[in-house]
Structure formats: structure tokens, C-alpha cells
Design a protein around this ligand. Structure first.
Ligand SMILES: [Fe+2]
Length: 399
């Protein structure tokens, strides 16, 4: 038995107008101050007013949201008692809203009760529906059943992943109007986040045919449209397709899981405060090479990457499997170059000394990250140590 979870997805120009068709009139909006400043919050509230809905706003979400913020929003949500919760923002906003939704629906629970084995959570949605409206094209959070919230432990802000199928939003409204104003650097970072989601999803231990198919299309769209949008952020058609690609990548990984690229990215981000998409995008070619070097003869990662390269038109159908598979790394590097993306962790301005000082913490964060068990190649302390070292220096992975 397998399964594929997805919200109802409304996408393309003017998809925001679908709000009119969703029953419920008392809306609790979760967002942040940047979204308000960009004028996006006003676009949403104008629409809600036009459609005869009333609302209250929580706009205090911060990047890498913390448990304290979630609890404050939950209190506000409980006292307002909405029948619709609307998240307008990037991954941090949507993740916060997901946890607010679950804690509003089940006020007797804490965040620690939000996990895959809590069957009670399948009953979510009795008090409110949850609508996610992404304003960036990357996290895929509008489709996923996971929320990442930080908690301070041993002086490090550790990211905890709360996962349950019940956390899948009821609706995802993927309107290209919102990412239209994203600056080039943020466009590249979030685009590489989406690309990492799609590629990791296709080889993860829970890979499946649905995730493969959607991941493949997402990769095709990212490679075609990210360079266009990077050069011309106002290109509406390209924005629309890149926005769709991010949502597709979200669906792919939500249903098959991510692995060590994200494990390393989460760890690096927690310790050095690097933007998530930037961290996972930098390590992506190193992790890909590491997986292709897997000596386990039963592993079929080479076959999967080779098929990917052939289906995407990067390799001829009769090309040698290994050669075709390694083309995926070349293509990722080419795309990095096209959008002025850093190619090694050292480019982030972190010194070798800082890396050495934090290496043990980085590795232990990787092992604490839920993604580690999804790696198609079994991980060891030494592998992570070397991967950080090689990705830092920009060396070819030869192990
Ligand atoms: Fe990600």
C-alpha cells in the first residue's frame, strides 16, 4: 500500500479569486511584516472584503519561526475562532500557520504531540479549513504535511520537523502575482530549494512513481524558467511556471521525503544562519556525486539519475548509464553558474576555523535530522565530515 497526499491546488493568474468559492467567512490570516510592506496583505484583505469575508491578522512571523511565536499565534487564533486559516507568505509563514491550525483544532495538544503516529490528527479540519498562499517559489510548504519550527536546545536553535498527513493544507492557491516582486538572489535561492526537493525526492528511500513523475516535470521547469526569471523578474509567464514547479517539487518530496542534502542544509543553516535554499543548493552537486559513488551493488541511484538525464534530454537514450547519471551533476553546476549561485560553502564567508570549530555540531545535527534515514546510501559520521569538508573547499567527491 502506498499513498499520495495533496491539497486541492488552484494555480495560475487570478487564482486568488478562488477564495470566493471557499465556504467560511471568518478568516485568521497568518503572515509577516515584509508581506504587509510589499502590499500583498492588502491585496488579500481587499479580496476577502470583496467576497464578504471578515478577518483578523497575525503578522509577527519571523524567518526560521520559533515555538514561542507559534504559541502566541495559537492563543490569538483560539480567541478569534475562525472557520478559515489563511497563510500568506513563504515557508516560515506557512509552517507557522500549519502548527497554529493543528493546535487550534486540538487545543489539548502540544507541538510534541504532532507526529506521524498520532492518529487523532487525521480528524483535523472540523473547525476550520486551511488555505496556503505561497509568495515565494521554493519551499513547497503549501503542499506538504510538514512544518519546521525552531526550539532552543543546548544554546543552538534546532529545527524540529513536525509531520503528519493531517497537516496537508486543504487548499493551495499558487498565484504568480505574489512571487513577481522577488529579487534575483531570493529567486535563485528559492529556485534551488525547489530543485533540491525534486532531485532528492526522486532517489529517497521512499521514492515512488508519483513523486518521480512530478519531480521530473518540476526539474524540467526549474531548468527552463529559473534563468529567465533570474534575468527578468517581471516575466509573468516564466514566474507562473517557476511557481508551479516549486509546488510540484513540494508534492514530490512530501510524498517520498528528502534526505542528506536537506539534512546538511538544515544543520548548516541552524549553525551559520545561511538561507535555506542557498545551503541546500550548494551541497546538492556534492551529495549527488556521493550517492552516485555508492559501492553497494544493490543500489539503483545511478540507474535513476541516468533515466532522469535521458528523459530530460540531457543524455542520449543509448548513453552509458554512469555517464548519463553524472551529467546531472554537470547540469546542476551549469544552472548554478547561470544564476550566479555560490558553488562551495566557503563562498558564504565562513572561515575554515569556524567550520572546524562547528563540525561536530554540524554532524550531530545531521544525525538528529529526520531526513538522514531516507538516504539511499547509509550515512556515517565520517561521510558527513568529509562531505562538509569537500563542499566547503569545492573538491570533487571521490569517496
Ligand atoms: Fe527545502
Amino acid at each position: 500500500m502506498w499513498y499520495f497526499y495533496s491539497p486541492s491546488i488552484i494555480y495560475g493568474e487570478d487564482s486568488i479569486d478562488f477564495l470566493e468559492n471557499i465556504t467560511g467567512e471568518k478568516c485568521f490570516i497568518v503572515t509577516d511584516k515584509i508581506i504587509e510592506k510589499l502590499g500583498y496583505l492588502k491585496i488579500l484583505t481587499d479580496k476577502l472584503e470583496k467576497f464578504g469575508k471578515i478577518y483578523e491578522i497575525f503578522k509577527e512571523v519571523i524567518p526560521d519561526p520559533r515555538e514561542e511565536g507559534v504559541l502566541i499565534a495559537r492563543e490569538q487564533c483560539i480567541s478569534y475562532a475562525p472557520d478559515l486559516i489563511i497563510a500568506l507568505g513563504g515557508g516560515s509563514v506557512i509552517d507557522t500557520a500549519k502548527t497554529v491550525w493543528v493546535l487550534y483544532e486540538f487545543p489539548d495538544l502540544t507541538l510534541d504531540d504532532v507526529h506521524s503516529f498520532n492518529n487523532k490528527l487525521y480528524d483535523i479540519g472540523k473547525r476550520s479549513k486551511f488555505i496556503a498562499i505561497p509568495t515565494t517559489s521554493g519551499t513547497g510548504s503549501e503542499t506538504t504535511n510538514a512544518a519546521i519550527i525552531s526550539r532552543l536546545e543546548n544554546d543552538i536553535w534546532k529545527k524540529f520537523i513536525y509531520t503528519h498527513k493531517g497537516l496537508t493544507p486543504t487548499y493551495a492557491i499558487v498565484d504568480p502575482l505574489f512571487p513577481l516582486g522577488m529579487p534575483p538572489k531570493l529567486t535563485a535561492d528559492t529556485g534551488f530549494d525547489a530543485l533540491s526537493h525534486a532531485i532528492e525526492a526522486m532517489v529517497s528511500n521512499w521514492r515512488n512513481e508519483f513523486s518521480y513523475a512530478i519531480g521530473l516535470k518540476s526539474i524540467e521547469l526549474v531548468f527552463k524558467y529559473l534563468p529567465l526569471v533570474y534575468k527578468d523578474g517581471e516575466n509573468k509567464e516564466a514566474r507562473d511556471f517557476l511557481h508551479q514547479a516549486a509546488t510540484m517539487a513540494g508534492l514530490a518530496f512530501s510524498n517520498s521525503q528528502l534526505h542528506i542534502g536537506h539534512g546538511m542544509g538544515h544543520s548548516w543553516g541552524a549553525i551559520f544562519n545561511t538561507a535555506h535554499g542557498r545551503a541546500v543548493g550548494i551541497v546538492l552537486p556534492y551529495v549527488t556525486q556521493f550517492l552516485l559513488n555508492n559501492p553497494d551493488e544493490g543500489d539503483n541511484t545511478v540507474e535513476i539519475y541516468a533515466k532522469m538525464a535521458k528523459q530530460l534530454g540531457w543524455a542520449k537514450w543509448d548513453e552509458d548509464e554512469k555517464k548519463a547519471a553524472f551529467l546531472v551533476i554537470e547540469k546542476i553546476k551549469e544552472l548554478q553558474k547561470k544564476v550566479d549561485f555560490p558553488t562551495k560553502l566557503k563562498d558564504l564567508g565562513i572561515s575554515r576555523e569556524d567550520l572546524e570549530k562547528n563540525l561536530d555540531s554540524l554532524i550531530s545535527c545531521c544525525f538528529e535530522d529526520a531526513t538522514v534515514v531516507m538516504s539511499p546510501r547509509s550515512m556515517t559520521d565520517e561521510y558527513f565530515r568529509k562531505l562538509f569538508d569537500y563542499a566547503f573547499e569545492g573538491k570533487e567527491v571521490d569517496f
